[in-house]
Design a protein around this ligand. Structure first.
Ligand SMILES: CC(C)(COP(=O)(O)OP(=O)(O)OC[C@H]1O[C@@H](n2cnc3c(N)ncnc32)[C@H](O)[C@@H]1OP(=O)(O)O)[C@@H](O)C(=O)NCCC(=O)NCCS
Length: 154
């Protein structure tokens, strides 16, 4: 299906607003938000429930050149659809797609440690916490909290 950038912006804004999972500020410009998912070198997919976009992810090389065999990905599920298996479906799809594109590993550079759903899902999908960035995220409610680097081989 063709995804209008309106869908991407709707979910991006809803996910970013609470200030608890992503570094983006609530006033991030529309073009920057859309470019984050649709910019050059990025593969993006959406989860579609009867024509309504309810989640999305992007897949990109984590580094250029000699780091480009490791993938990086970002996920956003519409908050009204959390806890229904959408994140798992996107995560599993992303791992398959990364393997298909020839990546050898996947790395998440900045998983907020208090993001219970995210950390639980990535662990279930085989990721390990390989590093902790102390007080790296300024959580809107909790203040400075740790962020994890999570990794798995594909
Ligand atoms: C993190 C996120 C992608 C998960 O998507 P979701 O659709 O809500 O998650 P799912 O319903 O697919 O649940 C996936 C698994 O995580 C577990 N899980 C989900 N929420 C949980 C929670 N709050 N506590 C513990 N486990 C949880 C589920 O039990 C499920 O396990 P199962 O598949 O073995 O049953 C989604 O909540 C989201 O978009 N959050 C905001 C943005 C974000 O945090 N992105 C990731 C940044 S690293």
């Amino acid at each position: 299906m063709t995804t209008d950038s309106t869908d991407i912006l709707r979910i991006f804004r809803a996910v970013v607003a609470p200030g608890d999972t992503y570094s983006f500020e609530a006033d991030t410009r529309d073009d920057a938000a859309v470019a984050y998912f649709l910019g050059e070198g990025i593969t993006s997919f959406v989860a579609d429930d009867n024509g309504r976009v309810i989640g999305m992810y992007k897949l990109i090389a984590n580094r250029i050149g000699r780091g480009s065999h490791v993938a990086n990905a970002s996920f956003m599920v519409d908050p009204s659809e959390h806890g229904k298996g959408v994140g798992r479906a996107l995560g599993e799809h992303c791992l398959d797609e990364a393997r298909r594109q020839g990546y050898e590993a996947m790395q998440f550079n900045f998983v907020v440690s208090t993001n219970t759903a995210g950390v639980a899902l990535w662990k279930k999908l085989g990721f390990n916490i390989v590093g902790t960035l102390p007080k790296a995220f300024d959580h809107a409610r909790l203040g400075k909290v740790d962020a994890y680097v999570m990794h798995r081989f594909l």
